[in-house]
Write a protein of this length. Structure first.
Ligand SMILES: Cc1cc2nc3c(=O)[nH]c(=O)nc-3n(C[C@H](O)[C@H](O)[C@H](O)COP(=O)(O)OP(=O)(O)OC[C@H]3O[C@@H](n4cnc5c(N)ncnc54)[C@H](O)[C@@H]3O)c2cc1C
Length: 377
């Protein structure tokens, strides 16, 4: 049997970040990843510029495309475009980006168990395919289908289903996002080197393949009007404190395992990195209950962002034409969100204010109020 201070399960951005911060501080960490690296991860790979502060200094070598603007479309037809002089986001290929982060954790001192699977707990020990580990703290950073989380009795309740494929195309240094196609979610075209990632995510029950085919045939930003080979995966999200599943006892969850994803855009990489840093800090700083310290940090730094994103998602996806109609100014505020100049709270307040002032939107606004009242009853 092997002993360590912290056993981290999962070598995605969340797990490698916890491992990197802790090892750098001298903690004995074992990082267990079930796949051989580099491993495939379905993801559009868009990282907001505000995540830069959470990444190791050399990370820009992983960047395939810089994003300096975006188009918001309605059903693949009308579009509004916004742009920025400086990059607001970066696109990476997840297999090499995640491997790079794991290498950084290892060079900080973490011991990597690659191709080793976490199986369960038995008599206070973690069972892996390479043997038993006795750890003071176990971190579940094992993604959407978290085995660690399931051992704690958690179930996923809120999530987007998604489909993604890639093809050769050039859309410049910008992303295309289309609403109005699914009940809650959107379709996207993101650049990825000399290719684009095309996808759709929804928390509704639509036939996503049909939606994606229809979208590919309509959008003016794809020359091939057909869908390549699509892959599917789930994206969990949290919009309230009770949606976050942060752990129990000496076991903490982080990243997708804890549902740390924005409920409006489905952005998860930034929150995995931030959650990983907060968890490492809680472990390092707390004299007693590290989980309580972690909860407090998440409540202060992550929850406000997710809950305001959730409020916006409930309105914007209920009234998608109205959201699209708010135009360029509203869309350009998202660029400030991505760079960290504005928060979701700023965007939410500003959006409501504009709705109130606009007679054009007054009728829709009344619907929102009525809806709110009905939701509370
Ligand atoms: C189609 C799609 C597009 C997306 N696009 C974006 C985007 O553009 N931008 C963005 O910010 N987010 C995006 N996301 C969300 C993002 O991919 C996730 O939020 C992010 O990967 C979460 O990181 P993580 O480290 O928590 O989990 P993961 O990246 O899922 O890593 C979990 C790791 O744990 C390992 N593991 C699992 N089980 C075990 C086990 N039992 N034992 C050992 N290891 C195990 C897995 O192999 C994996 O390496 C997208 C998601 C999807 C599905």
């Amino acid at each position: 049997m092997v002993r360590c201070e912290v056993l981290v399960i999962g070598g995605g951005p969340a797990g490698s970040t916890v491992a990197r911060y802790l090892s750098r501080a001298g903690v004995k960490v074992i990082l267990v990843e079930k796949e051989k690296l580099p491993r495939f991860k379905l993801c559009a790979g868009c990282i907001s510029a505000r995540a830069e502060l959470l990444l190791p200094p050399g990370w820009k070598r992983q960047v395939l495309s810089e994003i300096k603007g975006g188009l918001l479309g309605f059903r693949g037809r009308s579009y509004v475009e916004v742009s920025s002089e400086r990059p607001v986001a970066y696109i990476v290929e997840r297999s090499s980006f995640d491997s790079y982060l794991v290498e950084e954790a290892v060079s900080s001192g973490a011991e990597l168990w690659e191709g080793v699977e976490f199986i369960g707990f038995e008599e206070g020990k973690a069972i892996t395919s390479a043997g038993k580990v006795k750890a003071d703290i176990v971190v579940g950073a094992d993604g959407f289908y978290t085995k660690v989380g399931r051992f704690l009795g958690y179930k996923k309740r809120k999530f987007f289903r998604s489909l993604e494929f890639w093809e050769k195309e050039d859309i410049g240094e910008r992303v295309v996002i289309d609403i109005g196609l699914v009940r809650r979610g959107y379709a996207w075209i993101f650049p990825k080197g000399d290719e684009v990632s095309v996808g759709v995510a929804s928390s509704g029950k639509e036939d996503l393949l049909r939606v994606l085919k229809d979208y590919a045939s309509k959008t003016p930003y794809l020359r091939e009007k057909s869908v390549g080979r699509p892959f599917g995966w789930m994206i969990p999200f949290a919009e309230k404190e009770e949606d976050l599943q942060l752990g129990k006892g000496r076991v903490a969850l982080v990243g997708d395992a804890a549902n740390m994803v924005d409920p409006l855009l489905g952005e998860g990489i930034y929150y995995s990195l931030l959650g990983g840093k907060l968890l490492a800090e809680a472990i390092l700083e707390s004299q007693g209950d590290f989980l309580e310290a972690y909860r407090r940090k998440v409540r202060e730094e992550i929850l406000p962002q997710l809950s305001y994103a959730g409020k916006m998602a409930r309105i914007a996806y209920r009234f998608q034409r109205l959201a699209f109609g708010m135009g360029e100014k509203a869309v350009s505020r998202f660029l400030d969100l991505l760079t960290g100049k504005k928060t979701y709270k700023d965007l939410y307040r500003r959006g409501l204010f504009e709705l109130l002032l606009s007679p054009l939107h007054f009728e829709n606004f009344l619907h929102i109020i009525i809806d709110k009242i009905l939701e509370r009853r």
